[in-house]
Design a binder for this molecule. Structure first.
Ligand code: NAP
Ligand code: ZN
Length: 346
């Protein structure tokens, strides 16, 4: 099947309209007519070459929502007409210790990314900035009724990437949680941590988005450009979630953790980050990382968001505005996720 898409032709080049092939629907496959595709900062890191060489042309997009238009003969859990989602991975070995534990993202053989990855048939996967995609049914999520589909799209990456560590490190009543960076991931982290019952603080570069942060569910909001912030909040937090796409001074943030506190990095800047070990040993603190979340947890997150009336704050754009949107994300001028209306690709 030949379909329209938007692709980066080479590292750092503007995206442009292309056509790509989608495979035939196999016995365990689902054909999805894509309605919306969110723009994640990871799409930008990838096509800019921040994370190393890529198999260009690359069609990014791993926050996909659409309607099922065909299913293979072995597919029982998805039906034609269902609204479904696809996140950052489209397959994994299914047999290793991590896949069996529901952590398909940590598949020992490597999960198969939704784009720029080598699929089981040897072809290169192409993502959601497109009109259709064919995905193994086991990696297709149900979008619950009651979530606006356009606002649901960013949950497939920004939602699960923040929900997973917030749950694992027990964000909840009586816990002080800080979210560093109020972008796509950060704004979902604020909403989810608030819904989990934690006391939430936003640490943003400036106070420009303070009103938004408080509206999204934060209890407190501080600017990190003000050195006084780091004195006022010393030893305050149980958990800090760093969503920043660039290098930050980790030692300054580790100083904001109480004893046994954890700083979890989900931001994935290209440069290495350094830690002075005294920032850890001086408070029995931990520095951790977390990558997206497994398929079952992603479904749990979608159901949680529906139950709590949570979804992303989105700015819907036509596909030809993708390059402009990338510039705005890079300038921290996103409120709070760009989503492509893929009807503009037909
Ligand atoms: P985003 O929308 O661009 O948000 C990042 C935010 O970080 C910005 O809005 C800004 O917030 C802050 N920021 C940007 N540059 C900064 C700088 N130089 N210093 C301090 N703060 C800065 O990006 P996103 O889509 O949320 O993604 C964030 C990062 O997470 C990216 O690196 C992405 O690749 C990564 N990611 C990781 C996973 C995972 O599985 N671990 C999944 C998805 C994405 P303020 O304006 O509030 O300061
Ligand atoms: Zn993403």
């Amino acid at each position: 099947m030949r379909v329209n898409a938007y692709a980066a032709p080479a590292a750092g080049e503007p995206l442009a309209r292309v056509t790509i092939d989608r495979r035939e629907v196999g016995p365990n496959d689902v054909l999805i007519q894509i309605e919306y595709a969110g723009i994640c900062h990871s799409d930008i890191h990838t096509v800019n070459g921040d994370w190393g060489p890529q198999p260009f042309p690359v069609v990014p997009g791993h926050e996909i929502v659409g309607l099922v238009t065909d299913v293979g003969s072995d597919v029982n859990r998805h039906h034609v007409g269902d609204r479904v989602g696809v996140g950052c991975m489209v397959n994994s070995c299914g047999e290793c210790v991590n896949c069996r534990a529901g952590d398909e993202q940590y598949c020992v053989k490597g999960n198969i990314g939704t784009y720029a990855a080598t699929d089981v048939d040897g072809t290169t996967t192409q993502g959601g900035y497109s009109t259709h995609v064919v995905v193994d049914a086991d990696f297709v999520l149900r979008i619950p009724e009651g979530i606006d589909p356009v606002a649901a799209a960013p949950l497939l990456c920004a939602g699960i990437t923040t929900y997973a560590p917030l749950r694992r490190w027990n964000a909840g009543p009586g816990r002080q949680v800080a979210v560093v960076g109020l972008g796509g991931l950060g704004h979902m982290a604020v909403k989810i941590a608030h819904a989990l019952g934690a006391e939430v603080t936003v640490l943003s570069q400036s106070l420009k988005k303070q009103e938004d942060g408080l509206r999204l569910g934060a209890d407190h909001y501080y600017a990190t450009e003000d050195p006084a912030t780091f004195e006022q909040l010393a030893s305050r937090f149980d958990l800090i979630l760093n969503t920043v796409s660039a290098r930050i001074d980790l030692d300054a943030y580790l100083g904001l953790l109480g004893v046994d506190g954890t700083l979890v990095n989900v931001g994935a800047p290209p440069e290495p980050l350094s830690v002075n070990v005294f920032s850890l040993i001086g408070g029995r603190r931990s520095f951790a990382g977390s990558m997206i979340g497994g398929i079952a947890l992603t479904q749990e997150m979608l159901d949680f968001c529906a139950e709590h009336g949570i979804a992303a704050d989105v700015e819907v754009i036509a596909a030809e505005k993708v390059n402009e949107a990338y510039e705005r994300v890079l300038a921290s001028d996103v409120r709070y996720r760009f989503v492509i209306d893929t009807a503009t690709l037909t």
